[in-house]
Design a protein around this ligand. Sequence first.
Ligand code: APR
Ligand code: PHB
Length: 390
Amino acid sequence: MRTQVVIIGSGPAGLLLGQLLHTYGVDNIIVERKDRDYILGRIRAGVLEQGTVRLLEDVGAAARLHREGLIHDGIELLFDGVRHRIDMKEATGGKTVTVYGQTEVTHDLMDARVAAGRQTIYNADQVTPLDFDGPSPRVTYVKDGVTHEIACDYIAGCDGFHGVSRQSVPAAALKEFERVYPFGWLGVLSETPPVSPELIYARHARGFALCSMRSLTRSRYYVQCSLEDHVDNWSDDQFWDELRRRLDPEAAEALVTGPSIEKSIAPLRSFVAEPMRFGRLFLAGDAAHIVPPTGAKGLNLAASDVHYLAEALREAYTDKSSAGVDAYSARALARVWKAERFSWWMTSMLHRFDDTDEFSSRIQIAELNYLVSSRAATTSLSENYVGLPY
Ligand code: APR
Ligand code: PHB
């Protein structure tokens, strides 16, 4: 088999890249370890920047998003028992975010790929990127016990944090930067109306809490928990009680509870691997970097990476220029690090750190008070939350 670009991984990064390349007439094959239903069963975040929405429009995968997605003009910050609204639209001269689940984005991109007639190989075992330091890279994989090989011009590693692509790069060629946080998020999805029309980010002495949503009838809530904790320790009632404790009286009263349809604990991590290109192998999305979910940047960073990468590959094919390919890593990383900073900052300001003293806790409160009272600070938060320009 031969194609122009082999994409490893069929998450949002790989799927969006595949569609962008398709619109540029660049032939591509996606090789994915899992099957379609497994991928669509993963519950992930759901806040899309306008740039992400525009890319989905560009590839013709935004029709349902525009029908079902919720446009949010602001968020609420809750601390010291009081909610403060941040009007992001006003602060950014009209920018908003769209609340639409990553699972739905993935679903829409999968449908678009089928309609485009581009190939995805699911259930591919032992996917291996090879010879990417020379002119003729290839990817091998095993399917139903048979080894296959795809020859290509470029390999895009869109295979997430635990994928094979980054691991295939010689360790000496990579520099990794990491911060692991001493807590996790316990998340619950429920078929209940959201407690409030906008997302509530809460700082509480017992720990962070977040009230989010997937639709007007489906809510997503999180509470900060210990890394040693386990979902089995949390009945639905215990979860709702803990969430209520971290909300203001009005929200606690308004909270509609119901059976959880998903419950999981996720650790929080900041991670960047540099560079994002090794010869003809590129890393994009979670394969290259992880952000803690506090800033809602994970999916949006995957989208901006593949935007830069698709532009670079288009230049390589249509203009016969390697300038974009050569610049990819630096361009992507410049935006990645700004989102890393924002996500780290939101995380530091809103979570309970067990090893910190009263001083640090007062600093958190002072920062939040400054944030909701200074126009400059509100603008800074808002422009990062709605997404910095590409
Ligand atoms: N071979 C083939 N496919 C692989 C391999 C492998 N060795 N390892 C992982 N994969 C697949 C996974 O099964 C998954 O479908 O790569 C895909 C990676 O998808 P994601 O983890 O969703 O990563 P990405 O597309 O970069 O999306 C980033 O997803 O994880 C969230 O917070 C993150 O929102 C962000 C977004
Ligand atoms: C979510 O809806 O899952 C969500 C929203 C905002 C975040 C993180 C997660 O910052």
